[in-house]
Write a protein that binds this ligand. Structure first.
Ligand code: BGC
Length: 384
């Protein structure tokens, strides 16, 4: 073969390889991006979760998949890497795969309206899971926890721990709140403020940084790193003279972790402030045992998954779930038709009760079967 012919055949090989790759990609796209092993007779549940980077959404993924599959459904589960565009694409894929029900935790509550409109038009039942999806009337139900109540538990914990009703003097507090794109974040804050506000008004509680509104104290993306940096800045600006910080209202464990790290490295006072949290993450349990976080609010997401399974089942049978479903739901779940207006309408909601966890009642977590003591009976680990 001469040089020219050799070059030609090399070019041919390149072209053939490129064509083959394109063909494979096309087949993948046309087949509706499915990664599901389907039992053809079963209904399909499409689940869209925000990210794998937070312990709680991994738990949700495991429990939802496990419980729906145990009821004979096919499940397609997608995580969207905390990326709004990816979540829209992921939901498009679920629609293309012909799901019958969509269970969606929005990354940005305002960013899914168009995609969900299409899903609704396709007759797909849509459950807004844990976080409310806003500005759309396509969603059928909301399944979550009593989010206001969750914030009240955090606020009340601070009031009780500082003994604010009896103690003399003024106590310093700072807020480390959640992601403005997450509808829950304002509910947590408003709940906490319901109980803390009287003490702020009377001067019993004081916020040296002045960051008292949700906007001023929010943490986009619930980022631990941002919470760390913000708390470092607050400490440098308002506490560097040794002023005492008594409490930090942190809305979840991720931001509590950042605040706690900053206090461990940069706080000059001799006390360790009370820090609240939420989710009962394993790393948080370590901090609670080590006294670098005081409490967390536990939300039993296995039970939250069970509610979603019941609601989805009823919808697929053509029923309109309401109060009557409560009897088959975990204890304490309420049916609420008033509290969650998503800007398009009030969304009927099933809400589970949250619970306070401190060093004193870690056995409550063990009793759920999802946590166990480590070999030294000191910290907890996950059973999954
Ligand atoms: C969830 C919390 C979680 C937070 C960050 C909220 O919507 O309810 O449990 O900590 O998102 O992912």
């Amino acid at each position: 073969m001469n040089k020219k012919n050799k070059a030609l055949s090399r070019n041919h090989i390149h072209t053939i390889v490129i064509l083959l790759i394109s063909a494979v990609l096309c087949i993948a796209l046309l087949s509706g991006c499915s990664n599901m092993s389907a039992n053809k007779d079963s209904k399909i549940i499409g689940i869209s979760l925000p990210t794998k980077s937070l312990e709680r959404w991994n738990r949700d993924g495991i429990y939802l998949k496990e419980q729906f599959e145990s009821q004979g459904y096919n499940v397609e589960l997608r995580y969207s890497n905390d990326d709004v565009y990816q979540q829209n694409n992921d939901i498009e894929c679920l629609i293309a795969d012909g799901v019958d029900v969509l269970i969606v935790v929005p990354i940005d509550g305002d960013a899914l309206s168009q995609t969900l409109k299409r899903a609704g038009e396709d007759g797909i039942e849509i459950i807004s899971y844990d976080r409310l999806i806003r500005n759309t009337d396509a969603i059928d139900y909301y399944v979550s926890f009593d989010n206001n109540g969750e914030g009240r538990l955090q606020g009340q914990y601070i009031i009780d721990s500082l003994n604010l009703d009896k103690a003399q003097g003024t106590y310093n507090i700072e807020f480390v709140l959640g992601d403005p794109a997450d509808n829950n974040a304002t509910y947590y804050f408003n709940g906490a403020m319901e109980v803390l506000k009287p003490y702020l008004d009377s001067g019993k509680l004081n916020i040296p940084s002045g960051k008292e509104s949700f906007e001023e104290a929010a943490t986009p993306g619930w980022s631990t790193d941002d919470a760390y940096e913000n708390m470092q800045n607050t400490l440098a600006s308002y506490y560097s003279d040794g002023s005492r910080l008594d409490a930090v209202l942190a809305s979840n464990d991720a931001v509590a972790l950042g605040a706690s790290k900053a206090i461990q490295s940069d706080y000059k006072g001799s006390n360790f402030p009370i820090i609240t949290g939420q989710d009962a993450d394993i790393i948080t349990i370590h901090n609670i045992v080590d006294n670098t976080q005081a409490m967390t609010v536990f939300k039993n997401v296995n039970e939250e998954a069970a509610v979603a399974v019941e609601v989805a089942g009823a919808l697929l049978e053509g029923r309109k779930p309401s109060d009557e479903l409560i009897a088959s739901l975990p204890k304490g779940t309420v049916f609420d038709t008033e509290s969650y207006n998503n800007n398009a309408r009030v969304v009927s909601s099933y809400l589970l009760p949250p619970a306070v966890i401190t060093r004193a009642n870690l056995d409550t977590l063990v009793a759920t079967g999802h946590y166990k003591w480590d070999g030294e009976h000191k910290y907890l680990t996950s059973t999954k």
